[in-house]
Design a binder for this molecule. Structure first.
Ligand code: AMP
Length: 285
């Protein structure tokens, strides 16, 4: 596996691979890699001739009172995980490499980036879209891999790809979970023991939503209220939002049919966690 810290360096390696006729897969990450990231890399490995993993804690997507400074980092370990999962190159630019003095261009995906997580993290999805657009232009991948765990991110980025005519296939990989259901996340490292136990309330609430729908619930607002109540039953968790929404537009749904997105965010202690499920609503027979 090769390493690159500069735009020029990674372009050279990707250019060589393309000249050899290999297709290019891109897996953007913020590092502190876990099995969720490894699954994205393995998927890219299976589909593509050459796999680029990027590790960049992107300041543009953090709010002024968020965890940019304390975000967990472990490059040495990340390189091992990336190599074992099948990466050909890890691109780990410094902030000044991605945003040199005078950097002034911003990508905003209107509408989709201001609801759900965007409502409590203003500017977050603009920061994500900007860095991903830049990574797309640096690497020019054939395919790019993202996790369903950050479902809204996949919707925002698919819209960006369509709107700006990036010629890239977007692949969404299912959420990888711990045995007790908690979605793997770099931020789980912040959780104290009791908080780690309490954090299962997110997945448990999604399972409850699935069961209610199977039992006949068809009212979106009633389902959202039941989920909120379930989450509020966990004293260590503070609900940020509960959404029962259309998977494409992210707009709230009143009458449940087809496939619905149930998306949640909660603070467990000081750590903000998210999770979601796409649930098929059985047609009434
Ligand atoms: P991050 O490093 O948190 O920015 O995540 C990088 C990529 O890995 C994003 O596309 C995430 O959606 C994806 N990812 C993070 N956690 C998981 C998980 N538990 N399962 C699947 N994909 C994940």
């Amino acid at each position: 596996m090769e390493l690159a810290a500069t735009v020029q360096g990674v372009r050279q390696l990707v250019g060589d691979a393309r000249a050899r006729g290999l297709s290019i897969g891109l897996v953007p990450t913020m590092g502190f890699l876990h099995e969720g990231h490894a699954e994205l890399i393995r998927r890219a490995r299976a589909d593509c001739g050459f796999v680029v993993v990027t590790i960049f804690v992107n300041p543009l997507q953090f709010g002024p009172r968020e965890d940019l400074e304390s975000y967990p980092r472990d490059l040495a370990r990340d390189l091992q995980v990336a190599a074992v999962a099948g990466a050909d190159v890890v691109f780990y630019p410094a902030v000044e490499e991605m945003y040199p003095p005078g950097f002034g261009t911003h990508v905003d995906v209107h509408g989709l980036g201001t609801v759900l997580c965007g409502a409590s993290r203003p500017g977050h999805f603009g920061g994500v879209a900007t860095v991903v657009a830049k990574l797309f232009n640096i690497v020019l991948p054939d395919r790019a891999y993202f996790g369903q765990k950050d479902y809204q991110q996949t919707v925002v980025l698919r819209r960006m790809v369509r709107d700006l005519a990036f010629d890239i296939e977007m692949v969404t990989v299912p959420t990888v979970r711990h045995e007790d259901g908690l979605a793997m996340s770099s931020r789980n490292a912040y959780l104290a023991t009791a908080e780690r136990r309490a954090a299962t309330v997110l997945h448990d609430s999604l399972e409850m939503a699935r069961h209610r729908i199977l039992a006949g619930e068809r009212d979106g607002a009633a389902l959202a209220a039941a989920i909120r109540e379930r989450m509020e039953g966990e004293p260590l968790a503070r609900v940020d939002y509960v959404a029962v929404a259309d998977p494409d537009t992210l707009a709230p749904v009143t009458r449940l049919e087809g496939t619905v997105l149930v998306a949640l965010a909660a603070f467990v202690g000081r750590t903000r966690l998210i999770d979601n499920a796409l649930i098929d609503v059985p047609a009434r027979g």
